[in-house]
Design a protein around this ligand. Structure first.
Ligand SMILES: *[C@@H]1O[C@H](CO)[C@@H](O)[C@H](O)[C@H]1NC(C)=O
Ligand SMILES: *[C@@H]1O[C@H](CO)[C@@H](O)[C@H](O)[C@H]1NC(C)=O
Ligand SMILES: *[C@@H]1O[C@H](CO)[C@@H](O)[C@H](O)[C@H]1NC(C)=O
Ligand SMILES: [Zn+2]
Length: 545
């Protein structure tokens, strides 16, 4: 950005790299400046810095809905995996692609403040606050100052807000939009802030996901039951039956706290529809509920939807689970598009990933001989459950058996699990030995089962952690002005081409005319330090399954 462009950008409230002020005088000046800046922001709504004298301008004051979708851990390879899997499974032609493929607009670079390989906390802080922080940071900058998020900024403008996930609502991605703590493991404190216990009060109107134990006290260090304490404010839903009474979002009283599990919601490949809704069903409830709640307002809503478990399958190196999870995400995106097509309110959906997980490769050399150019989707199709599910099944069976009944155990492993559930008929004695060796360790056992699938499918993985590859950006809108703006490719001006992850957060900021840095000033008194400092916390490897 050039000098004069930067000046006009500052007036309109897009990315502003001003130095941190330290002395009292400076703080006073800053507060006076804040008032001036707010007035100026109203007088001079944001305009694109470059291009388009003829392009329609986005009117920041027009009623809008902003839907931000995060596919945690989904790299371009995972999209290719799911696309080929589906072509094989359904006998589709070469040009049959996913819905998201049709709405690809650019790519995002993902490094964090302290590493070329980000974690989900720094990744989502980049989206929420528009700044690079350190791995593990939840809505705080590199110096651990709480930073204003797009969700908070829009709520303060009168938007309604929501978070929909399949992981714990206190996990990194949703937390970064709605809480400010030094380390992602402070999930008890994250739940408190999401409920409203911090300087801004309650900023979220709807939450659907897992992680119930951090709210109901089942896993809180202080044993508090926030659900009970706040039952006058928050409407609580916890079962499939209660979820169904929400009637696809047409029977919702906000604020809504739908805690559908104490921990994770089930993976799509393992999910029993009788007991749990899918992410697409959750998203539908959220979209309809927020649309109805804002129908008489001059402000729309902000909704963050996370497909959380693509990342888990990357960590676990589970291609059978991941293919299904990505395909389900494609139907979530379709659900969002359907909503956008049906509303008169100017609405934009932006979909991206915080990072890739697993270092997936869509081919693998499995012998010293020069490899054939192929991989086998049939192997993924034959397996009916996640490796995690199967490992628990095996472990539980082992625990329930008397130790000397080896033939029964061997038969259970080969017939019931490997042949019937995994669909592997060419198993070897080496496979069975590896399973037996690891039968007491569910995590290692899961890796063994997933590797049996990956090797046969000829798919490679380079890590159980994250990787630094650029990830894709997708978008959809019913607004010609926003469509035009998305097509720009400058830093802080559009999302086509290759972008830094923080530019995505700043793009949502500029579309809506809010100023994240102003919100940061309101957060200074936030309690964000951990009560218990975890000495073994490694910012570059921390992950909870
Ligand atoms: C990380 O943040 C610190 C503190 O703001 C800054 O001095 C440093 O340059 C940043 N590092 C990178 C690589 O961005
Ligand atoms: C709406 O939800 C309430 C419970 O909150 C339930 O009693 C009622 O039957 C629901 N109505 C519909 C039409 O689903
Ligand atoms: C998939 O399962 C079918 C039916 O059990 C079996 O015939 C086939 O060999 C399996 N495919 C692979 C690649 O293991
Ligand atoms: Zn991860």
């Amino acid at each position: 950005m050039t000098g004069s462009n930067e000046d006009s950008a500052l007036l309109g409230g897009i990315y502003n790299s001003k130095k941190k002020t330290r002395t009292f005088t400076w703080r006073l000046l800053l507060e006076v400046g804040l008032v001036v800046a707010i007035v100026l922001a109203f007088l001079c709504p944001w305009k694109p810095a470059t291009g388009g004298a003829t392009s329609p301008k986005v009117d920041v004051n027009k009623k809008k809905n902003v839907i931000f979708l995060v596919t945690d851990g989904m790299g371009p390879q995972s999209v290719g995996l799911a696309r080929s899997f589906r072509q094989f499974r359904d006998g589709l032609p070469i040009d049959d692609i996913l819905t998201i493929d049709k709405h690809f607009i650019g790519t995002s670079r993902t490094r964090s403040n302290n590493s070329f390989v980000t974690d989900s906390a720094a990744g989502a802080t980049a989206f929420a606050c528009g700044l690079k922080s350190y791995n593990g940071a939840i809505g705080v900058d590199p110096e651990k100052n709480p930073c204003g998020t797009i969700l908070e900024a829009l709520k303060l403008q009168g938007y309604m807000t929501g978070l929909v996930v399949t992981t714990r609502l206190t996990d990194a991605t949703p937390a970064c939009f709605s809480a400010h703590v030094d380390y992602r493991y402070q999930e008890d404190m994250i739940a408190q802030q999401q409920i409203g216990e911090y300087p801004l009060g309650r900023m979220v109107d709807l939450m659907i996901g897992g992680g119930g134990c951090h709210y109901n006290g089942n896993c809180r260090a202080d044993g508090r039951n926030l659900v009970k304490e706040y039952s006058d404010t928050w409407n609580h839903v916890s079962t499939r039956e209660e979820f169904d009474l929400l009637n696809e979002g047409h029977n919702v009283t906000l604020p809504l706290l739908a805690l559908l599990s104490d921990g994770e919601l089930p993976y799509e490949i393992d999910r029993s529809p009788k007991h749990f809704p899918s992410l697409a069903e959750e998203a539908k409830v959220a979209l309809n509920a927020l649309a109805e709640a804002t129908k008489d307002s001059d402000k729309g809503f902000f909704l963050m939807i996370e497909s959380s478990h693509i990342d888990f399958f990357g960590h676990q190196n589970d291609p059978a689970g991941q293919a299904r999870e990505v395909l389900h995400y494609d139907t979530v995106f379709q659900e969002v598009m359907k909503f956008i097509d049906s509303t008169d309110v100017e609405t934009v959906a932006i979909s991206t990933s915080d990072h890739e997980t697993g270092g997936l490769a869509l081919s693998r050399q499995v012998s010293p001989a020069y490899p054939d150019y192929l991989w086998y989707p049939e192997v993924l199709l034959n397996s009916t459950h996640s490796g995690e599910f199967l490992a628990h099944l095996l472990f539980d069976y082992y625990q329930s058996q008397s130790s000397d009944d080896t033939p029964a155990l061997t038969s259970y492993i080969t017939k019931q699990v490997v042949e019937n559930l995994m669909g592997i008929t060419d198993w070897t004695q080496t496979d069975i030995d590896r399973i037996m060796t690891n039968i007491m360790n569910v995590n290692e056992l899961m890796y063994v089962l997933n590797d049996m699938i990956s090797v046969r499918a000829q798919l490679g993985w380079s890590t159980h952690g994250h990787s630094a590859i650029d990830v894709n950006i997708y978008a959809y809108t019913n607004s010609p002005a926003i469509e035009e703006q998305l097509k720009h490719n400058g830093a802080y001006d559009g999302l086509s081409g290759n972008h830094e992850n923080i530019e995505i957060g700043r793009f949502m900021e500029s579309l809506t005319g809010v100023n994240l840095d102003h919100v940061s000033l309101l957060l200074k008194k936030t309690n964000h330090k951990p009560e218990v400092v975890k000495s073994d916390f490694n910012v570059n490897s921390y992950h909870v399954y």
